[in-house]
Design a protein around this ligand. Sequence first.
Ligand code: ZN
Length: 60
Amino acid sequence: MSCPICKKETVERYRPFCSKRCADIDLGKWFGGDYAVPSEDPEEAVEAMEELEQQASRLH
Ligand SMILES: [Zn+2]
């Protein structure tokens, strides 16, 4: 089984992720998708998503 964020081996403590960092990124994705995107402040939502994508890409 591999981490859904960065595809490294998972660590039992953080399953299904390899680290707390990846777990946090995944949580941020859900949070961003479900919570921040609706119309209140679209620019801020886009910035938040870009930040998450940058965090994810640094792990590769
Ligand atoms: Zn990972």
